[in-house]
Design a protein around this ligand. Structure first.
Ligand code: BGC
Length: 430
């Protein structure tokens, strides 16, 4: 990267090499402890009431609903005795609330209608809900707030499972739901698919439209709950996207101010797919103001709407698609190089922070000290698996090694296709 770009980014608080990884790990650990103890913390540390040791009914159909950041998906899933998942009757539509504001009634109607073709297949619904929700001991869930810019404000603070069940009952179906976060589902999918391996602990990590982490904690450490069997353990939804320990650059602040949940989910806004393109756009616009581009390019950039993360990734890797906002004669060769340099720094920072996040969860399990029994980290999400800019995955893995090898912690990153769906099925079959 040219000196001009480096200086500009540093001056505005974006300095990839200067990130103090060890200091961030320490803050992450402290915030996790505080969240578990019910002290003020940017990490919600939500108990899932799902223990990973319960038996799972095999060869039994279960209905699965997967409410993600972009899509709502449904399927009927069976898990075989050997842990194989068979996914049938799969369907998908846009997640209600992503295409403009909705009322709670319209939201649940959309869910219930969507389930109608398969609801008769099972009494149980494994419901993967990829938003911050407080889980109740009966596995219903109260929505704390929306993330990922979803617009159904009247559902915040209400019980999601009961809302859905009411709308199913209106259609003549009495059902049971088990609600779990997608990272808890991902953790369960890793456990279920990795049955043959001798892992000492499990982590589920997602980096897609949004980001989050789950790991298994001993109940005795969940100090904010006094009603738990101290001998047991359960998955914890960290809601790591809310982490507030990383100083925001000027660009983070400018972008955050334009989001509908300004002040929330600062960490998610630095690393996940919903925001990396937007943040890159913000950097480019500010760089244009600071004179880093030609006059024609600066004029184009001044009017640039938030670019999708994928369009930035494509541009930086020479695979620009028709319709790309960068496909414009105003951008000369030098402008193109500056765009790549500046956006790459945004993605590199995301990779470093992703590694800090994963390492923090691995360390928190307290396991992995016997090389024969590593910690299993099931990683899901298109941003992690598909991003090429900044050699994203390699960089995350290199950074992770640098943090964990000196600590003598053994871990293994695995990938299970359709993890949220499989994990929700496992939970519905417990
Ligand atoms: C949500 C989490 C979710 C994550 C990954 C975040 O925006 O708050 O609950 O696990 O995205 O989908």
């Amino acid at each position: 990267m040219g000196k001009r770009e480096v200086d500009f980014l540093k001056k505005n608080g974006l300095d990839v090499e200067g990130i103090d990884r060890e200091a961030l790990l320490a803050v992450f650990a402290k915030e996790m402890e505080d969240g578990l103890a019910g002290k003020p913390s940017s990490l919600m540390m939500i108990p899932s009431f799902i223990s990973i040791d319960k038996p799972v009914k095999t060869d039994t159909p279960v209905v699965v609903l997967d409410a993600g950041g972009t899509n709502l998906r449904a399927a009927v899933v069976r898990i075989s005795a050997s842990g194989e998942a068979q996914i049938g009757a799969f369907s998908k539509r846009a997640m209600p609330g992503t295409q403009g504001e909705l009322s709670a009634e319209a939201f649940y109607d959309a869910f219930a209608d969507f389930l109608m073709p398969i609801v008769g297949e099972s009494e149980s619904i494994g419901f993967c809900f990829s938003y911050p929700a407080e889980i109740m001991p009966d596995c219903d869930a109260k929505l704390v707030q929306w993330s990922k810019q979803i617009q159904v404000p009247s559902v915040v603070g209400t019980m999601i499972g009961s809302g859905l069940l009411k709308h199913l009952a209106q259609r003549g179906y009495r059902r049971r739901t088990v609600i779990l976060n997608d990272t808890v589902a991902t953790l369960l999918a890793g456990k279920s698919m990795g049955v043959a391996r001798n892992y000492s602990a499990y982590v589920g990590f997602i980096l897609g439209t949004g980001t989050n982490t789950a790991y298994v904690e001993q109940n005795a450490h969940i100090l904010k709950r006094t009603d738990l069997d101290k001998r047991g353990s359960m998955a914890i939804n960290v809601e790591s996207g809310g982490f507030r320990g990383v100083p925001q650059s000027q660009f983070d602040k400018i972008m955050d101010a334009a989001t509908i949940d300004c002040g929330h989910y600062a960490f998610e806004k630095m690393i996940s797919g919903a925001y990396l393109g937007w943040l890159s756009t913000t950097v480019l616009i500010e760089a244009a103001k600071a004179g880093l581009f030609s006059a024609q390019a600066a004029q184009k950039l001044a009017a640039l709407k938030p670019v999708q993360s994928k369009d930035v990734d494509d541009f930086c890797n020479g695979t620009m698609q028709p319709g790309s906002p960068f496909l414009d004669d105003a951008f000369g060769a030098a402008d193109g190089e500056s765009i790549v340099a500046l956006c790459t720094a945004v993605f590199e920072r995301a990779a470093v922070l992703t590694a800090v996040n994963i390492a923090s969860a691995i360390i928190k399990t307290g396991e992995g000290h016997d090389a024969a029994r590593p910690v299993c980290v099931n990683v899901d999400g298109s941003t992690y698996h598909r991003t090429r800019t900044g050699q994203f995955r390699n960089r995350v893995q290199r950074e992770l090694r640098q943090m964990l090898q000196p600590r003598g912690i053994a871990y293994e990153l695995i990938r299970v296709d359709e993890s949220p769906v499989i994990g929700a099925a496992v939970a519905g079959l417990m």
